[in-house]
Design a protein around this ligand. Structure first.
Ligand code: SF4
Length: 80
């Protein structure tokens, strides 16, 4: 899962980093910071908790792509 914060929408309530400090931290002027946008599996639920607590819906969670998806670039890697 990836996490992304829309800093234009963030109003520095601080709920995300108070509830989920493993994923979110306090940045300049109280805005939300994400040190590692790629959330490890063991922190997914915590990231979701922080995102759900944001009253501005400024936190966006993107699921990991399905295994094998997104690798169809047209090139097969085969030669000959
Ligand atoms: S809860 Fe939402 S608005 Fe508040 S700091 Fe976190 S991302 Fe920003």
């Amino acid at each position: 899962m990836k996490v992304r914060v829309d800093l234009k929408a963030c109003k520095s309530h601080g709920r995300c980093y108070m509830l989920a400090p493993e994923v979110f931290s306090e940045g300049e002027r109280g805005h939300c910071l994400v040190e590692n946008p790629q959330v490890p599996p063991e922190l997914k639920e915590i990231a979701r908790l922080g995102a759900d607590a944001c009253p501005e819906q400024a936190i966006h969670l993107e699921p990991d792509p399905e295994p094998g998806a997104g690798s169809r670039s047209g090139a097969t890697g085969r030669r000959g």
